[in-house]
Structures are given as C-alpha cells and as structure tokens.
Design a protein around this ligand. Structure first.
Ligand SMILES: CC(C)(COP(=O)(O)OP(=O)(O)OC[C@H]1O[C@@H](n2cnc3c(N)ncnc32)[C@H](O)[C@@H]1OP(=O)(O)O)[C@@H](O)C(=O)NCCC(=O)NCCS
Length: 371
C-alpha cells in the first residue's frame, strides 16, 4: 500500500525530537518546547540536540567559544558572496555557499569527531554567509566578525553593521530556539537520506537547504507577509480567504501534516508578534493574522503553524522578507546537523520501493526512423 507523501510512515527512530500531532506537543530530547522557550538560549539548544542533554555552564562556555572561533569564512566564499547576482534568491546563495564551504574544509577523516567538527563549523558560518550576502547585495561593507556576541545578536549585527538591542537579540534567539528541530520534517529527512549514503556533511546540509526553500516547507513564512500585504486591511480578510479557498489555493502559514491541533510554537511567536507590532504602532498585522486564523479554523478546521506568526515577528524586527526562510535555515542547521550525526551513528541506507504505474512491460524497440 502506498502512503502518498509518506504520511504516517515511521521512517526511522530518533532521540532528538518528537512531534505529538494530536496533543500539539513538541519535545526536544525530553524537554517540552514550552519548558525550553524563554529559559534556554539557542546555543543551549544546539548543545542539547548534539549531546541529548543540556550543558553545564562550563560546557556552554566551551561550545559558545568554539562556535565564535569558527565564524570567519574562507576568502573564496566571501568573494562569491560579493560577486553573486544581487537579485538572487538568498536561499539559492546560501545553498551554494554551504556547498562551497565543503571545498575549503580541511578536516580529515569520517569519524564522529571529524563530522562533529564539520557540523560545528557549518552552524557557526551559516549566519555569517546570510548576513554577508545581505550586506554585499546592497553594496555595503562587510562588518568584521565579532566574538563577543551570541548567535542571534551576531546575525543582527552583521545585517545592520551595528549591535542590536537586547530585545531584538532575545526575540530572534527565541525564534531560533523554536525552529531548531522538528522531528522527521521534509528537510531533516532529506539531510538524513543524503548522509545515509555516507556522502559528506556539506552535501547533506546543501540538500536540506534546497528542501527547506519550498513554499510548502520553510518558504511559507515569506508567503505570509506577501499575503498580509496583498489583503491590506482587516475587513478584507474574510472575502480574500474565501476567494483563495474557492480557487483551491493554499493559505500560507496554515495547516500541518502532523499537528491536528495548535502548533505549540505558534503561541510563543504570536505573543512576540503582538508585543513587537504594538511597539511599532502597527497592530493591524496581528489583527489581520488573527482574523485569517479564525476564518481558516471555521472554514477548514485548520490551525496556524510556526510560519504564520514568525513572519510578523521578523517583519516587525525590520528584517527583509526574503531573509525569513534563511533565518529558518540558520536555526534548523542545529537540527539538521544533530540528525546527520545521529544517522551516521547507526546508519542504514534509505531505499524505499515504488509502485510502477507505467506501460506494462513487453514493448519492443522500433528502429528510430519508424517511431
Ligand atoms: C503544511 C501542508 C503542506 C501539509 O499538507 P498535507 O498534510 O499534505 O495536507 P494537504 O495539502 O493534503 O491538505 C489536506 C486538506 O487540507 C487543505 N489544506 C491544508 N492546508 C491548507 C492551507 N494552508 N490552505 C488551504 N487549504 C489547506 C487542503 O486543500 C486539503 O483539503 P481538501 O481535503 O478539501 O482537498 C499544508 O497544510 C500546506 O500547504 N500549508 C501551507 C504551507 C505552509 O504553511 N507550510 C508550512 C508548514 S510548517
């Protein structure tokens, strides 16, 4: 029997995260996401996913220092970011740059320590790749790497060339925490399938970025902002949603393959969105979002997912719309790399079957001029 889209299929076991769709619960290595959110930093979550336990202070300091030391990009990758088309999709640029990083990785060996070193280096660099491309495409200078800022604050510093406010850094840090891992989602599955051939870590993460880019996966958050702008006003929401549904179009940021109730990440992002839009004096974005969510619940029984409110949070932080999915990629690199290490620790090639629905066998080959 075929399960289209592998719905309901258990493809592997993992100790890293669990998505309980009927309860609306997300667990990272034994911790409910609601327990982690607001209590731990993104760096602590990286440690948790890589080691299956939260770090002590000394272990966190060590990880933080290691990540900061590995931020500097190879000169050739910096040149690529400066020379690549300025109107490129940033996800394409990041995907290419991550692939390039593999060329300049001098780590030898394929043991866990070597692969861990590659995962650490990639996790440290992906935010820098994104920040530098954003600066370069505007013709701006590339700010020197700093080692006194955490992952979220450093990314915001690279975008603006100046240190962010504590509130902005904390907001992005929490968004990173919420997006770090999510069971056997499409891009994580991609990373695991690719690395299970015993290819390299860079190939696996490059493929995962390609999967995340799609609008049915990480690309949905950009779609949410385009949708809010297209609707324009709260009183136009119902008619707009009804029209989209009549045309059998998807509403971005709504629905989920696994969650049959509320995505537990959504309320955290909603709270952040409410706070930020209030401060900006633009509460209409959240009000419109609430109206869309209510209408979709009424009409289709579907709930908002992680991308629905993260879009408004990033928009309120002044982040460009086409960096929303790259930001997702930066935080999900923690999960991808953890899954890559886990896959390699007990590897077996993924090789499912397919049902053949083509022409029954028996055709004979006619000479080419007679076909
Ligand atoms: C996430 C998603 C891909 C899951 O898809 P899925 O499990 O394959 O579910 P399907 O696409 O088969 O949808 C099942 C039904 O719900 C409807 N549906 C699901 N999400 C919908 C949405 N966002 N807008 C409108 N209808 C939706 C489908 O049209 C279908 O309805 P039907 O049975 O009347 O034809 C899907 O909900 C979606 O496309 N959402 C929008 C993109 C998004 O926000 N992605 C980020 C996910 S975190």
């Amino acid at each position: 029997m075929i399960s289209k889209g592998l719905e309901g299929i258990v493809a592997n076991s993992t100790r890293l995260s669990d998505v309980l769709g009927d309860k609306g619960q997300l667990i990272y290595a034994g911790y409910d996401i609601n327990e982690l959110a607001g209590q731990v930093s993104f760096e602590e979550v990286i440690y948790l996913l890589w080691n299956e336990r939260l770090p002590t202070r000394a272990e966190l300091n060590q990880l933080t220092a290691n990540l900061r030391v590995h931020r500097e990009l190879p000169a050739q990758v910096v040149s690529f970011l400066q020379e690549t088309p300025k109107d490129a999709n940033p996800m394409d640029v990041i995907r290419t740059a991550v692939s390039m990083l593999g060329l300049y990785d001098t780590t030898k060996g394929y043991d866990r320590d070597s692969n861990y070193a590659r995962c650490l280096s990639l996790t440290a660099k992906i935010g820098v790749v994104t920040g530098y491309y954003h600066r370069a495409r505007q013709g701006k200078d590339l700010p020197p790497i700093r080692t006194d800022l955490g992952e979220a604050a450093h990314f915001l510093y690279l975008l603006d060339g100046k240190e962010p406010t504590q509130e902005a850094a904390d907001t992005l840090d929490l968004a990173y925490v919420l997006h770090a891992d999510h069971g056997m989602n499409a891009s994580t599955f991609t990373a695991r399938v690719v690395v299970a051939t015993l290819t390299d870590v860079y190939s696996a993460v490059t493929a995962a970025i390609g999967a995340l880019k799609g609008p049915l996966h990480g690309g949905a958050n950009e779609g949410v902002i385009h949708m809010l702008k297209a609707i324009g006003d709260e009183d136009k929401v119902d008619a707009w949603v009804d029209e989209q549904l009549a045309q059998k179009k998807k509403i971005m940021g709504i629905g989920h393959r696994v969650y049959k109730t509320l995505d537990p990440r959504a309320p955290h992002l909603r709270n952040m969105a409410v706070k930020l839009t209030d401060q900006l004096g633009e509460p209409k974005w959240v009000r419109m979002s609430e109206r869309i969510a209510t209408r979709m619940k009424e009409k289709k029984g579907l709930n908002a997912n992680v991308d629905f409110y993260s879009a408004t949070v990033y928009y309120s932080l002044g982040l460009p719309t086409d960096l929303f999915t790259p930001i997702f990629a930066i935080s999900r690199t923690a999960g991808w790399t953890a899954h890559i290490l886990e896959q390699l620790s007990d590897n077996r090639l993924y090789r499912p079957l397919s049902e053949y629905t083509g022409t029954p066998v028996g055709l004979t080959v006619k000479p080419i001029d007679e076909r």
